[in-house]
Write a protein that binds this ligand. Structure first.
Ligand code: GRF
Length: 194
């Protein structure tokens, strides 16, 4: 079985990256985590990649004058590595429309809410302020509009009385770590059939 060469784009801790790397260790997993790209040199996820023996590269947005130039550098790195699928996991930069269009159908993201509810940042704050009884996470195809695009999979968790951002985000994160590997599997299987 040829596995779909996948890059994970990160900016931080990399716990979803760790979950994806772990899942991809299974021989029958249809994606190979072949590269990690971080826009931050101090992202914790870079150590996760190193420990797993996954090649990583830092492409710092600060080194580029425009969003387009930054995205062009990412695009070149992905093409050089023969990447066929892009998985964003806590990547905190907004892409230019051309980048998303160029990877259309091959670029996915995880967001810590039940989209279309609570897009954007400070998601758990938004959820707690709204007083809803349920939250969760969403893996979706990326389109140029932020946190939009066809939903691939969602997982639900309860919002409990007395929840704080820390307790809610930990519950959602545990759900993310199960959902993302499953959703990426579906997408990679689909691409493998193309
Ligand atoms: C996750 O909550 C993800 O949904 C959001 O950013 C966070 C990344 O966490 N997009 P980690 O770096 O994977 O631990």
């Amino acid at each position: 079985m040829s596995r779909v060469k996948t890059v994970v784009l990160i900016s931080g801790r990399g716990s979803n990256l760790a979950a994806l790397i772990e899942a991809a260790k299974a021989k029958d997993y249809p994606a190979e985590i072949a590269l990690v790209v971080s826009n931050k040199a101090d992202a914790g996820g870079l150590a996760v990649a190193r420990a797993a023996g996954v090649p990583s590269v830092v492409i710092a947005h600060k080194d580029f004058a425009t969003r387009e130039a930054f995205d062009a550098a990412i695009d070149s790195a992905l093409r050089e590595a023969g990447i066929a699928l892009v998985a964003e996991a806590g990547f905190m930069r907004i892409h230019s429309a051309w980048f998303v269009e160029r990877w259309k159908g091959r670029i996915v993201n995880i967001h810590p809410s039940l989209l279309p509810l609570f897009p954007g940042i400070r998601v758990h704050e938004q959820v707690l302020a709204a007083g809803v009884a349920e939250s969760g996470c969403t893996v979706h195809h990326m389109v140029p509009e932020l946190d939009s695009g066809p939903i691939i999979a969602q997982a639900r968790v309860p919002v409990l009385p007395g929840d704080t951002v820390a307790s809610l985000s930990a519950r959602v994160l545990a759900a993310e770590h199960k959902l993302y590997p499953e959703a990426l599997k579906q997408v990679a299987l689909g691409l493998g059939r193309e």
